[in-house]
Design a protein. Structure first.
Length: 740
């Protein structure tokens, strides 16, 4: 309150007056009064304006009264004018209608002719595009074929070089085989001659040996007789000189007893030696018999081994024949696989063309997004992903244009089972920045039931012309359910108004349910469904060809395995054959060594038998000497021999002379026979038999057989190379013909 008092004191007079007016309400009155005057002034102004308007209206009404009369007269005249105009217009309308009908007919004819020309132009464009594509394809194919041709020629040249080297090897093998054959023939002939000569020599040797043994036996017998006679003669001479040698009988007897003891000692030694030699001969007999038995067994084993070698050779021949058959079968599969590969390449090019055509019917970002979504769904195995709408239905070719026009870009909307699936895929597209797509979750689609017309002669629901899985019915109804296919636009317009549906003709001219018409030329070369159908057909064909190729490749792999198995068996058989041949050669060497050892043992036995005969003869001489000495012990010591001993001495002297003469004669015969025997034996051992063994070894040697086997293998390899080169020639000829 004190503040208000202070302000009041400090106010000027004018301010105090205003404050008093405000307190007394005078100020409000003045303001209201001023506003009222202003309103009255505005009212006066408006009244004046209204008066002016009224004056103008009254003036105008007067004018209108005058114009009313003129209007009545005008209306009368105008009615007549309109009657005349109607008559004129009706006449002109009829003329114009007739002209319009003529123009419509002309337009229809022109439209049909234009359509035919459009169709013909489209066909020509399609043919030109096809020819251009074909020319491009043929050019690329020619380039590939040219590259393949050059590669084939290079490979053929390499194989030809290998074939030339192999031809040279085969020629060398052939020459070697021919030389071996000539050598074999010559060796066989020589061996036949040597065999005959050995048989003749052996026959001759047997005769000479028989003569030798006969002379040797006679010589030994004469020697023994001569030694016995000489010993007896010596005893008689000694007995005759005993009187001069000894002074008494006792001295003589002591000497003779010492001789008896010496003879007995020699006989004992002789008996031991005889027994030892007999044991040696007995052991040698056993050893020779064992060797003979072992030789027979080894020869039997050698025959078995030879049979084994023949069996392995038959196995090699059998496996080689089977391998050749397998190679022929595989060759046919190779040709079939090559044909399938070529067909696969052709269809793969068609697939790439259709993919490019399909790619060009949409935005590149959409194409990239569709590819990424497919890859992501396959990688993550998303079961709720069904694919773009275009992939989920089939339609007849005659309805393709209207179906494609109806769907538009909705053909590439992605159908999924649930909005959650769509969310997962959308998040992935955002994450990888792969473009944008529209999704159709089946759980969120609520297509209405359209009111189709009952008369199907004029129109048919588009949904009825599509073939699809019932799972996608909502998606199909969402896109195609509210569209009818009609014969003409007029029918379509009428049905669109009456049923509230979209209609379309087979040519793609549309009538919207709101009344809008859309139509015009459609380039069928850029058909999305056509491109997808071509892509689908190419994929199906490629899948089928790939399955056939896989089956053929499995057959080729199986044949390769069989060939590898047979080649392994052939190599194993060759190794076994070489092993058996080595064993065969070793067994032959063992037989030769054993036969040589046996012959050596037989020779040793003969030497021991000769020694035994000598020991027996020596024993007989000792016994005769012992008997003579003992006989002399029983006689008296005399200066002269008695008549009996003297007669025996004379007889023995004559007999020894005769025996020496016979011994010299028989020794000469024995020496002659022995010389012939040694010559024949030497000829057999050092010449004939040795050469025959060399020839047999040469004939049974595996070198010729190995050369033949090598020749056969190289011939087989040459045949394979020739077949490969022949295949190259066929491929080169085919490629050159295709390029031309």
């Amino acid at each position: 309150q004190q503040g208000k008092v202070d302000r009041l004191i400090l106010m000027t007079d004018a301010q105090r007056l205003e404050l008093l007016k405000e307190i007394a309400g005078t100020k409000t009155y003045d303001e209201r009064r001023k506003e009222s005057k202003k309103i009255m002034a505005e009212t006066d102004s408006r009244r004046e304006q209204i008066n002016e308007v009224i004056e103008h209206l009254e003036s105008r009404l007067a004018d209108l009264e005058e114009e009313k009369e003129e209007l009545a007269e005008f209306q009368k005249i105008d009615s007549e004018r309109r009657s005349l105009e109607y008559a004129i217009y009706d006449k002109e309308l009829k003329i114009a209608t007739d002209k319009l009908d003529a123009l419509d007919r002309s337009k229809e004819d022109s439209s049909q002719q234009t359509q035919r020309l459009h169709d013909q132009a489209a066909k020509l464009r399609e043919e030109r595009s096809s020819k251009e594509e074909e020319a491009k394809h043929l050019k690329e194919q020619a380039q590939r074929l040219q590259e393949k041709l050059e590669l084939l020629k290079k490979d053929r040249q390499d194989y030809t070089k290998k074939k030339a080297v192999l031809d040279l090897k085969i020629k060398e093998c052939k020459d070697k085989i021919e030389a071996d054959k000539a050598k074999f023939t010559s060796a066989t002939k020589e061996l036949r001659g040597l065999t005959s000569k050995i048989e003749a020599t052996n026959t001759n040797l047997k005769s000479v040996t028989k003569a030798y043994e006969k002379h040797f036996s006679a010589e030994e017998k004469l020697k023994n007789e001569l030694q016995m006679e000489e010993m007896r003669l010596h005893s008689l001479h000694a007995k005759k000189g005993r009187a001069q040698q000894f002074s008494s009988k006792a001295e003589r007897d002591r000497y003779l007893k010492s001789k008896v003891a010496e003879c007995k000692s020699n006989l004992k030694t002789n008996a031991k030696q005889t027994k030892a030699v007999q044991n040696v001969i007995k052991n040698l007999d056993k050893k020779v018999a064992a060797m003979e038995k072992e030789l027979k067994q080894k020869e039997k084993d050698l025959g078995k081994k030879k049979k084994e070698v023949k069996n392995v050779s038959k196995d090699i021949e059998k496996y080689t024949k089977e391998r050749d058959e397998v190679q022929n079968v595989r060759k046919n599969f190779w040709k079939e696989n090559s044909s399938k590969t070529k067909e696969y390449k052709d269809w793969h090019e068609k697939l790439e063309t259709s993919q490019n055509d399909l790619k060009h019917t949409m935005d590149r970002h959409m194409y990239a997004a569709l590819r990424e979504v497919r890859r992501f769904a396959e990688e993550k195995k998303i079961k709720g992903y069904y694919g773009p709408l275009i992939e989920l239905f089939e339609c007849p070719e005659e309805f393709r244009k209207c179906v494609e026009t109806t769907a538009g870009n909705r053909l590439f909307q992605v159908v999924v089972d649930h909005d959650k699936t769509a969310s997962i895929i959308i998040e992935h597209l955002k994450r990888v920045k792969a473009g944008r797509l529209t999704f159709m979750p089946l759980n969120r689609l609520r297509p209405s039931d359209p009111n189709y017309p009952s008369d199907t002669s004029e129109a048919v629901p588009m949904i009825e012309k599509l073939k699809f899985n019932g799972r996608y019915h909502k998606a199909m109804m969402q896109v195609f359910g509210k569209t009818l296919i009609t014969r003409t636009l007029e029918i379509g317009a009428r049905l669109s108004r009456s049923h509230g549906l979209n209609t379309i003709t087979l040519d793609g001219d549309q009538v919207n349910k709101r009344g809008a018409l859309t139509g015009g030329f459609i380039d069928e070369r850029k058909s999305r469904i056509g491109a997808y159908e071509s892509k689908k057909a190419a994929e199906g064909k490629l899948g089928k060809i790939n399955e056939e190729k896989e089956a053929i490749e499995e057959q080729i792999q199986e044949q390769n395995q069989i060939e590898a198995k047979l080649s392994g068996q052939i190599n194993k058989a060759y190794a076994e054959k070489r092993h058996l041949r080595n064993q065969y050669d070793q067994m032959q060497n063992d037989i030769k060594r054993l036969a040589k050892d046996r012959d050596l043992e037989i020779s040793t036995k003969k030497n021991n038998e000769t020694e035994l005969a000598r020991l027996k003869a020596e024993a007989a001489q000792l016994e005769s000497q012992l008997e003579s000495i003992q006989s002399e012990l029983d006689s008296d010591l005399a200066d002269e021999l008695n008549s009996q001993d003297q007669g025996e001495l004379e007889r023995l002297t004559a007999d020894t002379t005769e025996l020496r003469s016979k011994l010299i004669e028989i020794s000469n015969l024995r020496a002659e026979a022995e010389s012939k025997k040694k010559i024949l034996e030497n000829d057999l051992s050092t010449n004939l038999t040795k050469r025959a063994e060399e020839l047999r070894l040469e004939l049974s040697s595996q070198s010729q057989e190995e050369t033949t086997e090598e020749f056969t293998k190289e011939q087989d390899e040459l045949r394979q190379l020739s077949e490969i080169i022949s295949d190259f020639d066929e491929q080169i000829e085919e490629a050159e013909g295709t390029v031309d």
